[in-house]
Design a protein around this ligand. Structure first.
Ligand code: AMP
Length: 142
């Protein structure tokens, strides 16, 4: 597979509005913002989905994500924000290079960003839940 558009941005082949970079992480404004300050935080490591990401890149992103969120909120005056991380086409991923969306929310603005979240919880079966939690825990190991 060739370079994704995010690798080209990281390499400076495509311009971006950069807000942060270090040896493992690159962050820039989303060109199709759902709200003012919508920012993408991307590992330099070019893998498509987060389950493929190395521990080192994951740790590097986890270390700086709160700091970038604080700066985005302070710069825009946002009171709240969502972090969205899509994996695969069915999960609305368009660019096959891991990225975290930071989407500021402005409850006092009529649109409050373009992020519509529909949250419809289902019923929970404790028997099935216990079996599933056990299978997941065994696969995680530790
Ligand atoms: P996703 O649907 O999670 O894959 O999101 C991909 C995001 O990348 C979208 O929000 C796009 O607006 C954003 N995007 C695509 N191309 C660029 C670009 N050249 N600069 C900044 N953001 C981009």
């Amino acid at each position: 597979m060739g370079d994704t558009i995010f690798t080209k941005i990281i390499n400076g082949e495509i311009p971006s509005h950069k807000v942060y970079e270090d040896e493992r992480v690159f962050a820039f404004l989303d060109i199709g913002p759902l709200s003012e300050g919508h920012t993408l935080v991307v590992p330099r490591e070019p893998v498509a989905t987060i389950d493929m990401l190395s521990d080192e890149s994951a740790a590097a992103i986890g270390r700086v994500l709160p700091r970038i969120c604080r700066a985005v909120c302070e710069a825009t005056g946002a009171s709240d924000f969502n972090i969205l991380q899509n994996n695969g086409a069915a999960a609305h991923q368009e660019v096959p290079h891991v990225h975290f969306h930071i989407i500021p929310r402005f409850p006092d603005r009529p649109e409050d960003g373009g992020l519509g979240v529909v949250w419809k919880p289902g019923a929970f079966d404790h028997g099935a839940g216990a079996a599933l939690a056990g299978r997941i825990a065994a696969l995680i190991g530790g």
